[in-house]
Every structure is written in C-alpha cells, then in structure tokens.
Design a protein around this ligand. Structure first.
Ligand code: NAP
Ligand code: ZN
Length: 354
C-alpha cells in the first residue's frame, strides 16, 4: 500500500482539506499513475455536497476527481498496453464486470457492476473508491486511455468526463453537417459540446442564461447564441432544432426547450440536477419529440473521442489552479463563474508541506 496525499471532504458541508489516503499495490493488470492534472467537474461538487443523496449518497471522507491525466509510474506483470512514462488518462470509470453484454459491446458505463472513480464500493481496499484529487491512483489497465501527444495535458484532462459526455450523445444522434444543434448551458460540458458539435460540422446554437457569454460562445465555435431569458428570441427558433444537448446542472424548465425541437427532434440530458423535472405530455406528443439521457461513454469511445479531439486540435479552455484554491473554485463553479473548466495542477499537492 502507498500512502499518498489527497484532498477530501469530511462531510457534506465541509471544505475540502488535506488527507493522506492509501492506494493499493498494483495487481498484475493494474497501472499506477502519478496524477499531473485533474479537472473539476460539477459532478464533484454535487457529490461532495451530497446533492444526489436520493440516488448516490456520498460516503465520507470523499475524494472527488474523475478527469485525470498522469504519467504511468509502474505496471503489473500482465499489463501489455502501457509502460512507465506513458501519458495516460482516467475518467469516471475504474472497473466493470467485463462479462455482461454491455461490457462486451464496449458500453462499460452501462454495466450494472461498473465502479466509478470515486464513491463506489472498492473491492480491493473496502470502503469506497477515492478519486483524482490526489498525487496518484492505481487503475486496471482496461480503464486507462492514452492521451495523444499533441494535446496539452492540462487542457486534455476535462476531456475524460466533459469531453466524452458531450461527444457520446452527439455521435449517437448522428450529428453532422446540416444538423441544427442546441447546446444548453455554457459550462464545462457545454463548451466541449460546442467545440465537438462544431467539429462535426453542425450548425451550433448556444442556449445560455448569460448574454455576457455571447462572444465566448462564438469564439468556441458556435454559429449563434440564444439568451434563454429572451422569450421572443426563443420563440423565433420554436420547432427548428434537430437536437439539443442539455448540460444544465440546476432545475430548469425542460418544456421550454422541448418546444424548440422540430418534428422527431430530441433532447438528451447530460446535466444532473437533483430535483425532478416537470414534463408536460404535450411537449413530447406534439412533433413526436423525445427526451433521453446519457452517461459518459465507454472506454473505446473515450479513446476515439481523444483521438478525434487531437485530430481537430480541440481541448478544454481551462483555468489551472493549485489544489489549495479548490474551495474557492468550488464556490465559483457553483455560481457558473469559470471559463470553462478548473483544472488542478497536482504539482501543488506534491509540493505542499502537509
Ligand atoms: P458547469 O460547468 O457548472 O456548467 C453548468 C452550466 O449550466 C452553467 O455554466 C450554466 O450555463 C448552466 N446553469 C447553471 N445553473 C443554472 C440554472 N440555475 N439555471 C439554468 N442554467 C444553469 O457544470 P458541468 O461540469 O458542465 O456539469 C453540468 C452538469 O452535468 C452537472 O449537473 C454534472 O453533474 C452533469 N454531468 C453529467 C455527466 C453525465 O455523464 N451525464 C457527466 C459530467 C457531468 P449558462 O450560464 O450558460 O446558462
Ligand atoms: Zn464529470
């Protein structure tokens, strides 16, 4: 067992604070990774604050972090795909049963026995898994992906969750040239959604509360911006969208956006507000519209997304922070005050005295 430095929350109202945690010795199929950067996803905030208590109650101490980029420092005897020195990534998943139809289809995220990077039962050490706000992590090689050399490692970290969570539903909806796509919410996921949808050739419209994000949205690759508080502007687009990716982290009026869909159009939810939606039947019936959800992506698709991002020179717009500023970052993330992803530089944790 290795003792490593991490940051953890002791309870739902606690600030994140230093904590020494244990990492297992690598098994024959494990890879040990020195973490260089870890993105700060809104899911980290939901989980640390126990906002998903009804579905995924948080076990404390909670070490969040599932947008991990690092360097391989050791590999188990049977690891064939990685060697020390490789630049690799780990996202939201660290294990699955590997035997069910979903795993066979490369859809590990749908496996009933999938193990999340944090707050999932840890079959090696007991307790729950502990995430990437730490110096290092040990992960089965099946759940490790390769970071293309052309990507900046800090800007690549958010691809491991925000990137794949946007890419997977856009691909599944067969978005391409000519598709009128809405990206609802311009945060970490949303800004990756804009970049990816633009690279896929879509006509991309950002739907945001904030008129102040207009210039950024256009710079990120949007063709147009709709401020959601402007009813007249929304009405002008009624019945026109093929697809809307809903990345909003808080309760909102889904019917308002269903009405923007054309016949057979679809909204896919990736945002995970803790409160239920109000869903008027007619906003689905009229126009035969659909509403679905999506959860990250499988491992093969995650590698495909990384290679796609490298080919299109896409990565996240990041604000790199020392881990000592994580509580300020959480507060700013809660207020949607980030352009567009905080990424922790883990050198700050290694250098810390405590
Ligand atoms: P984020 O950076 O905080 O972005 C969320 C965006 O939602 C904000 O930038 C804001 O956009 C909009 N928003 C926030 N509060 C709002 C409100 N009260 N009303 C309307 N809009 C609001 O968060 P993120 O990291 O992108 O994550 C977004 C959500 O996706 C979270 O719930 C997270 O847990 C979830 N998530 C899901 C998956 C999955 O696999 N399904 C993976 C990762 C994250 P504007 O200012 O532009 O309006
Ligand atoms: Zn995430």
């Amino acid at each position: 067992m290795d003792q490593v430095k991490a940051y953890a929350a002791a309870h739902a109202a606690a600030a994140l604070a230093p904590l020494t945690i244990e990492r297992r010795d690598p098994t024959a199929t494990d890879v040990r990774i020195e973490i260089l950067f870890c993105g700060v996803c809104h899911s980290d905030l939901h989980q640390v604050r126990d906002e998903w208590h009804a579905t995924m109650p948080t076990v404390y101490p909670c070490v969040p972090g599932h947008e991990i980029v690092g360097r391989v420092t050791a590999v188990g005897a049977r690891v064939a795909r990685f060697k020390p020195g490789d630049l690799v990534g780990v996202g939201c998943l660290v294990d699955s049963d590997g035997t069910c139809p979903h795993c066979h289809a490369g859809l590990e995220q749908l496996c009933a026995n999938a193990v999340l990077t944090y707050n999932s039962p840890d079959r090696h050490r007991g307790g729950v898994t502990l995430g990437g706000y730490a110096e290092s992590i040990v992960v089965d090689e099946r759940f490790v992906v390769r970071i293309p050399a052309s990507l900046d490692p800090a800007a690549a970290a958010p691809l491991l969750c925000a990137g794949i969570t946007s890419y997977s539903p856009l691909r599944r909806a067969r978005i391409g040239r000519g598709s009128k796509v809405g990206i609802l919410g311009l945060g970490g996921l949303g800004h990756m959604g804009v970049k990816i949808a633009h690279a896929l050739g879509a006509d991309v419209h950002v739907l945001t509360r904030s008129a102040a994000k207009r210039a950024d949205a256009l710079r990120l690759g949007a063709d147009a911006v709709i401020v959601t508080g402007d009813e007249a502007e929304l009405n002008r687009h009624a019945g026109t969208f093929e697809f809307i990716l809903d990345t909003v982290s808080a309760p909102h009026d889904i019917a308002l956006y269903l009405n923007l869909l054309r016949a057979d159009g679809a909204i896919t939810l990736v945002g995970a507000p803790s409160e239920p939606f109000t869903l008027p039947a007619f906003s689905l019936l009229m126009g035969r519209r659909s509403l679905s959800g999506s959860i990250i992506g499988g491992l093969a698709e995650t590698q495909e997304m990384l290679d796609f991002c490298a080919a299109h020179a896409i990565a996240a717009d990041v604000e790199v922070i020392p881990i000592q500023n994580i509580n300020i970052a959480f507060e700013r993330l809660r207020k949607a005050d980030v352009k567009y992803r905080f990424v922790i530089d883990m050198a700050s944790l290694r250098a810390a005295a405590d």
